[in-house]
Ligand binder design. Structure first.
Ligand SMILES: [Zn+2]
Length: 322
């Protein structure tokens, strides 16, 4: 790990790295009387989704590779009266445009850069003149935008969704490589067993919670899956469902888990999406009131349930379960 400071900026002693006040490790001054700690708190950065003549302006920074375009961003400055004014200052500096804040989009952590992105939708007028940091720009109709799986891309995605647009899931191609992957809607993805690497695509695609219906002792199970999933920063819920004996309690636990995760993007998997497709079918019909034919089409896209599972489904539909 590298320190932003090698020496204490107060007393010039070499900094040491270790726990501070029983908390996380921080670079700090060994002299207790001095007490300097480099807390390394996230830095606020303002970002603008700039709408210009009905299109969104994405720009490429001088330091970025070709074809990499993103939102207009900049550090919040000491003299900015507030972030909304700061973002308008950045738009003026980087694009030469006068803008007004249409809407606050959200806050987005950007851990890789230790930043907190504060994102706004800005409507701007005038002729675009690029500032020193930028080398080129593109104007893209809102419906053609392809958000990327990092802080400002997440802001762009949320903004699109709010406008009723349907951005492609991030890394959709990587998701499609997961066995029997099927997206039910923007909040719910289903699949067979992903590999450890594929859980990264699940994360990058914007899923926030993984629900696993496959018992750990199954020969299809991924060893240490909870650890792998949680290391990606995802929530993990394990509801093992015996292939030969699915129980109404399993289904109720599944429904309770989905209720618990309401509003989050949930990725549900088992071995081959068979358990999952059956549970999701029942959930949509019984809990969401989705027309049976519609839910059934998604189920049958995966498989034709066998005797055990057909009986289970009929039993649950008949209200025999809890
Ligand atoms: Zn010191």
């Amino acid at each position: 790990m590298s320190a932003a400071y090698q020496f204490c900026p107060r007393c010039a002693k070499p900094l040491t790295h270790g726990a501070v006040d029983g908390g996380s490790a921080r670079w700090h001054c060994p002299d207790r009387a001095c007490g300097f700690v480099h807390w390394d708190n996230p830095v606020p950065v303002v970002a603008a989704i700039v709408e210009h003549e009905g299109e969104i302006v994405l720009a490429r920074n001088r330091a970025w590779p070709p074809k990499m375009f993103a939102l207009i961003t900049g550090f919040l400055e000491k003299d900015d009266p507030d972030p909304a004014q700061g973002v308008l200052r950045e738009v003026a500096e980087e694009l030469g445009l006068q803008g007004r804040v249409e809407e606050f989009v959200g806050h987005y952590p950007f851990p890789r850069m230790n930043q907190l992105i504060i994102a706004y939708h800005v409507v701007a007028q005038g002729a675009i003149t690029l500032g020193e940091e930028l080398v080129e720009y593109r104007k893209i109709p809102p419906e053609k935008l392809r958000p990327w799986p990092a802080a400002t891309g997440l802001a762009l995605r949320d903004w699109m969704v709010k406008r009723g647009l349907t951005p492609l899931p991030f890394e959709f191609e990587a998701l499609k490589a997961i066995p029997a992957f099927r997206e039910i809607d923007s909040k719910l993805g289903t699949a067979g067993q992903p590999s450890a690497e594929q859980f990264r695509a699940v994360r990058s695609a914007g899923y926030q919670t993984v629900i696993n219906l496959l018992p750990s002792e199954s020969r299809f199970a991924l060893q240490r899956e909870r650890h792998i999933v949680e290391a990606e920063g995802l929530r993990y819920v394990h509801i093992p469902v015996a292939w030969e004996r699915p129980q109404p309690e399993d289904f109720e636990a599944f429904c309770a888990a989905l209720a618990e995760e309401a509003g989050r993007r949930v990725f549900v998997h088992c071995a081959a999406n068979k358990r999952v497709s059956a549970f999701v079918f029942l959930y949509r019909v019984l809990k969401l009131g989705v027309p049976r034919a519609q839910a059934q089409a998604d189920l049958e896209a995966i498989w034709q349930p066998d005797t055990v599972w057909s009986r289970f489904i009929e039993r649950m539909l008949a209200g025999a379960g809890p």
